[in-house]
Write a protein that binds this ligand. Structure first.
Ligand code: OMP
Length: 270
């Protein structure tokens, strides 16, 4: 089953577009949670508890590699082990924001899709079509290309005008055209913090799946996201990390994470 079919199936089953972000920050883990373990083993135990408690409400999970790579080899090991904790019928998205010449990108794609066995990953479009192509060569997987990001600096380049249009719109139009030759594989990252950009992108790419981060800690609004982008099961995966992971710093963190995930799931219904 390819990534998109898996996402559609998981979202239909759970009636949820929520993507739980596994971005574990060791400084924010509950202080009394396995204090005897090493930092990376604590992270693994934390992830296990979060996956278990939020699974009824999550139709995908996303791992941002920064939170693992910072620990070197031990962090990479926990990244691999965390990925394996995600059930086979739930899409696992690697947030690694790759982008390089084709000859190098093909090995990044091999690493994330074959070795780590993620279902999708994030890709930076700055180096152009040949830097994205190696990811699209995997017909069972998907590449989420950064279109209009949620951060304040997202405007610096993405909103620059080239002729009449801003750079992000030119990018999305080009990707939407080529998406037909890779159905379900080409997807977009669209930040939740900019309502008009979300709506513009959906107009230009009516059929492409969006990964939408920025709800929760970054202030994006669930209702605006749904109105601007939702087009049925598999059309969007809305990520939130900190608002769920750190809903409580106490012994009840997993229960509070589940409550927060459930609340967010309900607010993300059409
Ligand atoms: P929270 O702000 O804690 O919910 O985390 C958001 C997650 O989405 C982090 O892993 C970010 O790195 C990621 N992200 C954004 O916040 N904004 C973007 O525009 C793109 C991403 C991403 O590619 O996932």
């Amino acid at each position: 089953m390819n990534f998109h079919a898996k996402l559609v199936a998981a979202q239909s089953k759970k009636q949820s577009v929520l993507c739980v972000g596994l971005d574990p920050d060791i400084e924010r883990l509950p202080i009394h949670f396995y204090p005897e373990l090493s930092p990376t083993e604590r992270i693994l135990a934390f992830n296990e508890a979060i996956i278990e408690s939020t699974l009824p409400f999550a139709s995908s999970f996303k791992l941002n590699f920064a939170f693992y790579e910072r620990f070197g080899t031990a962090g990479w090991d926990v990244l691999e082990r965390t990925r394996r904790l995600i059930p086979a019928d739930i899409p696992a998205i690697a947030d690694n924001k790759r982008g390089d010449i084709g000859n190098s990108a093909k090995f990044y794609a091999q690493s994330v899709f074959e070795v780590l066995d993620f279902d999708a990953c994030t890709v930076s479009p700055y180096m152009g079509a040949d830097s994205i192509a190696p990811f699209l060569a995997y017909s069972e997987k998907a590449a989420f290309v950064l279109a209009r990001t949620s951060n304040p600096g997202g405007a610096d380049l993405q909103e620059q005008k080239i002729g009449e249009d801003s750079l992000y719109k030119i990018l999305v139009s080009q990707l939407a055209k080529q998406a037909n030759s890779h159905p379900g594989c080409t997807a977009l990252v669209v930040g939740a913090t900019n309502g008009s950009a979300m709506a513009e992108i959906r107009k230009l790419a009516p059929d492409m799946p969006f990964l939408i981060p920025g709800v929760g800690a970054q202030g994006g609004d669930a209702k605006t996201v749904m109105q601007a982008t939702y087009k049925g099961h598999g059309s969007i995966a809305v990520n939130s990390s900190r608002s769920i992971l750190y809903a409580s710093a106490g012994a009840d963190f997993a229960q509070k994470a589940a409550e927060e995930a459930k609340k967010l799931m309900h607010s993300l219904r059409p």
